[in-house]
Write a protein that binds this ligand. Structure first.
Ligand SMILES: Nc1ncnc2c1ncn2[C@@H]1O[C@H](COP(=O)(O)OP(=O)(O)OP(=O)(O)O)[C@@H](O)[C@H]1O
Length: 660
């Protein structure tokens, strides 16, 4: 057991070290001068602490090995197996594109075939009609293949998006990974935006590029051969040298664009978050008449974003310039190639009409080959976007994997933690096995600090046993570490020292937490009450309705019931935070608690917004249901519902004494 605890501490500190190292890595000489002002004013989206700039990531965001590695890991997500739907779609697309090339070539011949028939000495009507029908068939085939190519690419886009989002969701919603990422890891900006927006854009760009990418090796191979036949080795070699030179030049122009794009996406997320913050807290802000300051702060975000976008556009100007130069110089390259021997007198023995036919023959195949390369070079702007999104999604994936690994190791090490498998499945929340125990937690010499402030000890060497039938009240000044202790009990925060043994399972059957800020999910009133269960009795009248309604009535939630149009309500979206008062939210949290009736209830200032009479009622029901409560609170009225008091001084000191 001791070694398990030791290992857990090691994992915890390695997680902290990782965060510190990332922070140290940050570039203080950041190129953007606006961002620090904005950062100083606004908290990190989804975070409590001041936002750290993720400049080390931006510095690495380029067309480099890291990009290849991240792109490869995304390819493995979107093409999971050789015989998978996406791979079959890919093969279909390849077949369609190849056929399309043949048909395009035939379509290109149509005008000259008409000219040939009409310019003949004796034009034949039947010949013309046959050609007309054939041309219409070719054109119809061409249009079908072109539409099919777009259709298959779009289907692949949807499939890829589903695969990447599922992979990210699977990791994000693993145990407490989403908490770690949003609250504790300051180097990860806007994970929500990465999942919702960046994945979408990555899939869109890649689906637009894929047809050109997969067809290029075939067309380049074919026209290289044709070019070699008609011009000898000089033609293809000079075109390849030209292409390689163009690619190298573009690579240098593109790399800074990728890092700017990554930055722009981050600022885009911050800007959206600012609006989200106003949307969620509209009422509180309105009470402060905060329109001016919020206008200023939101405009700061906007300007910061627009400045970066302008810089991006400036950089893209040079990329577009290079791409256009490459395209147009490419169109005369074949003449430059043939001009060298002509101007140096190598063909001086040839007649002018011989030279003319040689030039047009060489130019024809060379232009096709150059066209294939130009098509690839034209993808440069899309490639920079793709690289930017690849870095952002890849970075999130790495972070999720690292956090998930840390959490899984933690769970493995906590061999005595019966609630360790914090699966999202209802079945594990409500297993048939009786896992009740007389004890909920056993703490041995626990030392606790906020995650990023190891020198600020909130609690030192706390030894505590939380057992059934002994209600515990945790008190102390604000900021003294009361909620932090609950975070440690839940396993959200690591400890600096000591061990935490979770004996009863975490979850509605064993220990249930009612946090300080009530969490109300999207969905009906029933879904709020049975949370964290999803849908216990889908599509049928639940035998629990009577229990639910009994609690709704005794918690005076009938007005909420009416507004929600019953337990299963209307179909329209309700933002519960907008329509409930803080007291109603707290009573709804208790309706949830009384529905699940866990053995232990951990209540973090869960009655702070209700009257003393209601508080008394709520604690009496808890007692009647046989629940053991662990409460955090400031009101002295709470003492009479508890047997023991743990008093924290906020500087490491604590005192545990019985309540008379
Ligand atoms: N994610 C975090 N990262 C760093 N510090 C944090 C974090 N969350 C809380 N803290 C800090 O830890 C300290 C203890 O916070 P905690 O929430 O435990 O206080 P509390 O005793 O519950 O206070 P209150 O009575 O006001 O709820 C506070 O100084 C707080 O600012």
């Amino acid at each position: 057991m001791a070694s398990c605890r030791e290992r857990r501490r090691d994992t915890d500190s390695s997680l902290l070290l990782d965060v510190e190292e990332e922070d140290r890595d940050m570039d203080t000489k950041d190129e953007d001068h606006i961002e620090p002002q904005v950062e100083a004013m606004t908290p990190k989206p989804g975070n409590i602490g001041p936002k750290m700039q993720n400049s080390s990531t931006r510095r690495n965001a380029a067309l480099n090995i890291l990009f290849c590695r991240r792109f490869w890991s995304l390819l493995k997500v979107i093409f999971p197996k050789l015989i998978s739907p996406t791979f079959l779609m890919f093969c279909t697309l390849l077949a369609v594109c190849l056929l399309e090339q043949v048909v395009i070539y035939q379509t290109g011949l149509i005008p000259s075939q008409f000219v040939k028939i009409l310019a003949a000495e004796n034009p034949q009507k039947s010949e013309f009609m046959t050609r007309l029908w054939l041309s219409l068939i070719i054109i119809g085939l061409n249009s079908t293949l072109k539409s099919l190519d777009g259709y298959v690419s779009s289907l692949m886009y949807v499939k890829w998006r589903r695969l990447i989002c599922h992979r990210l969701h699977q990791k994000y919603f693993q145990d407490t990974v989403y908490y770690q990422l949003n609250v504790l890891q300051e180097n990860m900006d806007n994970p929500d935006q990465r999942i919702s927006q960046d994945v979408e854009r990555f899939c869109k760009q890649f689906s637009l590029m894929i047809a050109v990418i997969i067809i290029s090796p075939f067309t380049i191979g074919y026209y290289t051969y044709q070019c070699y036949i008609s011009t000898g080795w000089q033609g293809p070699v000079s075109i390849f040298v030209y292409f390689v030179t163009g690619t190298i030049i573009n690579k240098f122009i593109m790399s800074p664009i990728v890092s700017l794009l990554v930055r722009q996406e981050k600022l885009e997320g911050d800007f959206r978050f600012k609006h989200m913050q106003i949307r969620v807290n509209a009422e509180s802000a309105a009470f402060y008449r905060a329109c001016q300051v919020e206008l200023m702060k939101t405009n700061f975000r906007l300007h910061s974003l627009l400045d970066t976008q302008t810089r991006l556009i400036n950089r893209e100007f040079w990329l577009n310039f290079a791409v256009n130069m490459f395209d147009y110089v490419g169109s005369i390259l074949s003449y430059i190639v043939i001009a060298i021997p002509i101007l140096s007198g190598a063909y001086s023995h040839m007649a002018p009409n011989e030279i003319s036919s040689l030039v047009s023959k060489n130019a024809f195949v060379s232009i096709y080959l150059i066209g294939c390369f130009s098509g690839l070079i034209d993808l440069s702007t899309k490639l920079t976007d793709l690289a930017g999104y690849t870095h952002r999604i890849g970075e999130l994936l790495e972070s999720l994997e690292k956090t998930e690994k840390g959490t899984m190791e933690d769970l493995t090490n906590q061999s005595t933690d019966p609630g360790g498998d914090d699966s999202c499945e209802n079945t594990s929340l409500y297993s048939n096995e009786s896992t009740q125990s007389n004890k909920a937690f056993q703490l041995e010499s626990v030392t606790l600090t906020p995650p990023s402030l190891q020198n600020r000890v909130l609690i030192r060497d706390l030894t505590l046993e939380i057992e059934a039938g002994r209600n515990l009240l945790i008190v102390g000044n604000t900021g003294s570490g009361k909620s932090s202790l609950l975070r440690v009990l839940r396993g959200l925060w690591p400890t600096l020292g000591g061990s935490v043994e979770r004996i009863s399972p975490l979850g509605p059957q064993g220990v249930m937490f009612i946090p300080q800020k009530p969490y109300l999910t999207d969905g009906s009133l029933r879904e709020q009450i049975i949370y964290p269960l999803k849908d216990k009795y889908p599509g049928q009248v639940s035998p629990d309705d009577e229990i639910i309604m009994q609690n709704v009535e005794r918690l005076e939630l009938m007005s909420v019931f009416d507004r929600a149009k019953g337990l299963d309500g209307g179909t329209e979206w309700i933002n519960w935070y907008d329509v409930l008062s803080p007291g109603e939210m707290q009573r709804l949290s208790f309706a949830r608690l009384f529905f699940h009736q866990p053995q232990f209830a951990v209540l973090d200032e869960a009655t702070s917004a209700v009257s003393m009479e209601t508080e008394e009622l709520l604690y009496t029901i808890c007692k009647d249901m046989g629940m053991t409560v662990i409460s955090v609170g400031h009101r002295t009225s709470l003492r009479k519902f508890h047997d023991v008091e743990l008093k924290l001084d906020g500087h490491g000191g604590w005192k545990l004494e019985a309540i008379r």
